[in-house]
Design a protein around this ligand. Structure first.
Ligand code: MN
Length: 205
């Protein structure tokens, strides 16, 4: 078993014009694929071959293997990011909506916090919605840092690396963030992660 390139859960033009087909083709077909390929090259013929992506990430972290960590964690982060986005505009409901209101005061306040932290983040990284004991928070990680660096269970993530938005929004990261948050977050996916209370499992072959 090798680590797979997790499929896009929608057509490559499904998020346009906020994220164009060209961006998705490059981001998924080249950036994400390169992380997958480098992970497989690194584990091929080692004790980690045949293990889940999460086991590879955890082992790389424990061993201080920065190269393998960066490639395996970026593989996971991108799989999680594709699922965090939705072609259709959704609204949270049920337990998720209640947790958002209790933690942020309103959905609009959460959206503003995601945009503010995503805008303020220096250089490459990720902005996450995280749940711990039913309480939600917005957190940032740098470079490839992933679920292990969060205080709880990740519900959603937005990619802050320039390759995620530069072709469509040039240097204006806030425009990308505002439009994603307004139109393309997969609240159903966040609700599933909240209900499960466990770290999402990257698809296996
Ligand atoms: Mn990316």
């Amino acid at each position: 078993m090798t680590i797979i390139l997790s499929p896009l859960p929608y057509a490559d033009d499904a998020l346009a014009p906020v994220i164009s087909a060209t961006t998705l083709q490059t981001h998924h077909g080249k950036h994400h694929r390169t992380y997958v390929d480098r992970t497989n090259t690194a584990i091929d013929g080692t004790d980690l071959a045949g293990h889940s992506l999460e086991q590879v990430i955890d082992a790389a972290l424990a061993a201080g293997n920065k190269g393998l960590f960066n490639n395996s964690a970026q593989t996971w982060n991108h799989g999680f990011y594709w699922n965090s986005l939705s072609p259709e505009t959704q609204a949270p409901d049920g337990d998720l909506a209640a947790a958002i209101d209790a933690s942020f005061g309103s959905l609009d306040a959460l959206k503003a916090e995601l945009v503010a932290q995503g805008t303020a983040h220096f250089a490459s990284g990720w902005v996450w919605l995280v749940a711990k004991d039913g309480k939600l928070s917005v957190e940032q990680t740098h470079d490839a840092a992933s679920y292990a660096d969060l205080s709880g269970t990740p519900l959603l993530v937005i990619d802050l690396w320039e390759h995620a938005y530069y072709l469509d929004h040039k240097n204006v990261r806030p425009d990308y963030l505002k439009q994603i948050v307004a139109e393309h977050l997969n609240w159903a996916f966040a609700a599933e992660n909240l209900a499960n209370g466990t770290v999402w499992a990257y698809p296996a072959a």
